[in-house]
Ligand binder design. Sequence first.
Ligand code: NAD
Ligand code: TYD
Length: 347
Amino acid sequence: MRDDRTISMKLLITGGAGFIGSNFIRYILKTYPEDRVINFDKLTYAGNLENLKDIEKDERYRFIKGDVCDFAALKQAAVGVDAIVHFAAESHVDRSIHSSREFLETNILGTQNVIDVVREQGERGIRFIHIGTDEVYGDIESPKKSKYGDPVIPSSPYSASKAAADLLVMAAVRTFNLPAMITHCTNNYGPYQFPEKIVPLFISNAIENKPLPLYDGGTQIRDWLYVEDHCRAVDLVLRKGKAGEVYDIAAENDPEVTNRMLTETILNILGKDKSLIQEVSGLRPGHDQRYAVDASKIRTELGWQPQISLAEGLKQTIKWYQDNQAWWRRVKTGEYQAYYNNHYNKS
Ligand code: NAD
Ligand code: TYD
């Protein structure tokens, strides 16, 4: 199996037109001049080729519009690749509460298809990274931190579907000796994040002087990792990780950050008034209070550590949203506008 940084790789990235996938593709092409990347993405509402406009003409990059639920298309796209990094997913908790079916199809059946494609390669041994989430562990009481081996207690249809996908990957490792690894990362933020997630939603609403709908008192705690630090972690797992292992990835923000603190920091950096905060409730039944993950394994075994502090990362992210208003203003129209009106008018 390939694990040498000096050998060039041909990568199949699923979901590469989304937030983290597009940042990962850009990171790989920037870091490894010899690598080639195929981006396999269905282009759902969250997939946007504009996220990759700056590299679309790079001859090392190729885009294939395809659905991970379409086994034949996925298998065809994987011909000759050295590794698959599987980001494709339905990823928004609130949407999974409104309608779960697409989450089960893409996140569970789609992941089984990736497993089957990797299995079919047999001895050739395609490396496979399944991008999971810390949300599979569910709520965790302070001051505890979750890590692999802890109970999996997902709270939303999104996290339940991601947990199911993890279990299928682990079963394939055990039964078929699949050369797979799983990562569980905490909340990401940064450029190109779809403005349904709290950070880009609140930045863009604040720029527009629109209310910032803060759920359930804003006391919830998430761990915030800058997307490029996540990309570095996935890349290390890809090149140096051990087949069959699970790597938990976290910024381990210290002190921990409540949603209210995060919101006030965003307003502060933008020079906007706290009166933009709109307290809402009832929009996220089953709302998890706190996620916290112990990332000591990836820190000690692979030597990873985040390089960008939350204060610095938020400043850079806000600047990006200030400088790229055309991007998010376009994204916020159409399907998204209908979703937003429907979801937030229920509060
Ligand atoms: P995203 O919603 O921004 O992007 C998902 C991408 O997958 C989109 O480009 C979409 O078009 C594509 N896609 C969806 N269904 C598909 C299908 N059936 N076939 C092919 N492509 C499909 O999501 P993201 O925030 O970039 O998250 C990427 C991955 O990282 C997901 O697996 C998510 O569970 C995981 N993750 C996200 C975070 C976070 O904070 N955003 C944290 C930890 C883990
Ligand atoms: P989100 O960005 O949806 O990520 P996740 O649910 O995957 O952690 O939400 C992060 C936190 O922000 C979560 O506690 C819910 C809260 N939140 C709000 O308060 N208002 C909002 O409009 C959204 C989208 C989220």
